[in-house]
Design a protein. Structure first.
Ligand code: UD1
Length: 370
C-alpha cells in the first residue's frame, strides 16, 4: 500500500526472450499481494511465437496488459519506438514503480521513459559489467543502472561494481538470481530418475550449442571458423544446436549446411525443453548470459565463446570457461571440458529460488538486503 492507503501500482516492462523467466517469479509473488496492482507491458522486441508467447505460456504468465508491437529495427529505431509507445501507457497507468529486467534494448528504453516521467525505476539483474563497451548490452546495463532507484543484484560482485560507480549503498539490494528462481521452480518436473535430467530418447552423449551475439555470428569469417570446429567436434559428440533467428539469417547468407546428422539444427527451443536438453548434455557451448548461470547452477560444463563476461562468478565459482571466438581456442576448451560434469553443483550465495520473495519484500514492505 502507498501511504494514502491505495494499492501500489507496479508496471513491469519486458520484451525479449531472456526477460520472461526473470519476470515470472516476480509476477507470481506480486499477484499474491492484495496491496499491489501489477501490470505487464510487452514491448514486442521479440515477436516470433518461439521467442515470446511460448515462454509466457510455459511460465504461467498472464497475457500482457499491453503489447507495444515495436518489432525489429536498428538499435536507435527500436529504442525510440519503445520510448514513444511506452510514454502514454505510463501516463495512463500512473505506476509508482516501473520494473525493468536484464540488459536488452527494452530495458534501457523503459528505464529512460520512467525516469523522465519522475517514476521510480527498479532494475532486476543490476550491476553486471563485462567492461566491454562494444556490446550493446553493456551500454544498456550502465545506463539503466544510472537511471534506477532500486537496484536488485544477483551476486556480490554486482553490488561492488555499482558502489565503485558511486551508486549509494541504500539503493542496492543483494536479492540473488531471479532467473534461478524459475529454474528451481521447474526442477522437480525436469529431473529424471537419476536426478540428472533425462537424456533425450536414444541420444548418445551430446553437446548443446547456442550462438547469437553479433560478435560471433555477424562476421562471416568468425562464424565459419566456429562452424568448422563444431563440425569437427561432431565426430566425437552429437551437436544439438537450436538456432536463433539472427543466426539463422547469417547461416542462410553464407549458404552453410550442417555436415550430417551428427549436427542437428533445431528451431528455437521452448524454455523447459531447453533446460531438459541442457540437463542431459555433456557440455554447453554458448554466448548467452542466462546459460552461463543455468549451467553453473546445474553443475554442467560450459564454454562461453566470448572474451569477457558480465557474470564472472560463473567462472570463479561455477563451471564456466571463456574462450575467444577462434576455432583453435574453442576446440581445445571443448575437448578439455566435456564429460567433466559435477555430481555436486556449486552453491552460489542467494541463488536459492527466493530472489523474487526478496524483491517483493523490498518493493512492498521497504525491506533491504545487503
Ligand atoms: C536480443 C538482445 C540480447 C539477447 C537476445 C536474446 C538487445 C540489444 N539484444 O538480441 O541481449 O541476448 O535478444 O534472444 O536487446 N528476430 C526474429 N524474430 C523475433 C525477434 C528478432 O526473427 O521475434 C530477428 C530479426 O531479424 C532481428 C534479429 O532477430 O533483426 C535480432 O533481434 P533483436 O531483438 O534486435 O536482437 P537479438 O539478437 O534477439
Amino acid at each position: 500500500m502507498t501511504r494514502r492507503g491505495t494499492p501500489l501500482t507496479i508496471l513491469s516492462v519486458v520484451g525479449a526472450r531472456p526477460n520472461f523467466m526473470k519476470l515470472a517469479p516476480i509476477a507470481r509473488r506480486l499477484a499474491e499481494r492484495r496491496d499491489v496492482r501489477h501490470f505487464i507491458v510487452h514491448t514486442g522486441q521479440h515477436y516470433d511465437r518461439e521467442l515470446s508467447d511460448v515462454f509466457l505460456e510455459e511460465l504461467g504468465l498472464p497475457p500482457p496488459d499491453e503489447n507495444l508491437a515495436v518489432g525489429s529495427g536498428s538499435h536507435a529505431q527500436q529504442t525510440a519506438a519503445i520510448m514513444e509507445r511506452l510514454e502514454p501507457v505510463c501516463e495512463r497507468m500512473r505506476p509508482q514503480i516501473v520494473l525493468v529486467y536484464g540488459d536488452v534494448n527494452s530495458t534501457v528504453a523503459a528505464a529512460l521513459v520512467a525516469a523522465k516521467l519522475g517514476i521510480r525505476v527498479g532494475h532486476v539483474e543490476a550491476g553486471l559489467r563485462s567492461g566491454d563497451w562494444s556490446m550493446p548490452e553493456e551500454i544498456n546495463r550502465v545506463v539503466t543502472d544510472r537511471l534506477s532507484d532500486l537496484l536488485f543484484t544477483p551476486s556480490r560482485d554486482a553490488g561492488d561494481n555499482l558502489r565503485a560507480e558511486g551508486v549509494p549503498t541504500e539503493r542496492i539490494h543483494f536479492v540473488g538470481n531471479v532467473m534461478i528462481d524459475s529454474l528451481v521452480a521447474l526442477l522437480p518436473r525436469l529431473r529424471g530418475r537419476n536426478g540428472r535430467g533425462r537424456r533425450e530418447d536414444g541420444r548418445r552423449p551430446y553437446v548443446v550449442v547456442t550462438l547469437h551475439r553479433p560478435s560471433n555470428v555477424d562476421d562471416p569469417d568468425t562464424l565459419c571458423g566456429l562452424l568448422q570446429v563444431l563440425a569437427e567436434l561432431s565426430d566425437d559428440r552429437q551437436i544439438v544446436f537450436p538456432v536463433h533467428p539472427r543466426t539463422r539469417a547469417r547461416l542462410r547468407a553464407i549458404g552453410w549446411q550442417p555436415p550430417g546428422d551428427r549436427m542437428a539444427l533445431l528451431e528455437p527451443v521452448p524454455y523447459r525443453d531447453m533446460l531438459r536438453l541442457v540437463m542431459g548434455s555433456d557440455l554447453v557451448i554458448t554466448d548467452s548470459g542466462g546459460l552461463q548461470e543455468e549451467t553453473t547452477f546445474l553443475g554442467i560444463p560450459c564454454v562461453t565463446v566470448r572474451s569477457t563476461t558480465e557474470r564472472p562468478i560463473t567462472c570463479t565459482e561455477g563451471t564456466n570457461r571463456l574462450v575467444a571466438p577462434r576455432g583453435d581456442a574453442l576446440r581445445r576448451a571443448a575437448r578439455e571440458a566435456w564429460g567433466r560434469r559435477r555430481d555436486t553443483p556449486p552453491r552460489i550465495e542467494r541463488w536459492d529460488g527466493r530472489a523474487a520473495d526478496r524483491i517483493a519484500d523490498v518493493l512492498c514492505d521497504g525491506a533491504s538486503f545487503r
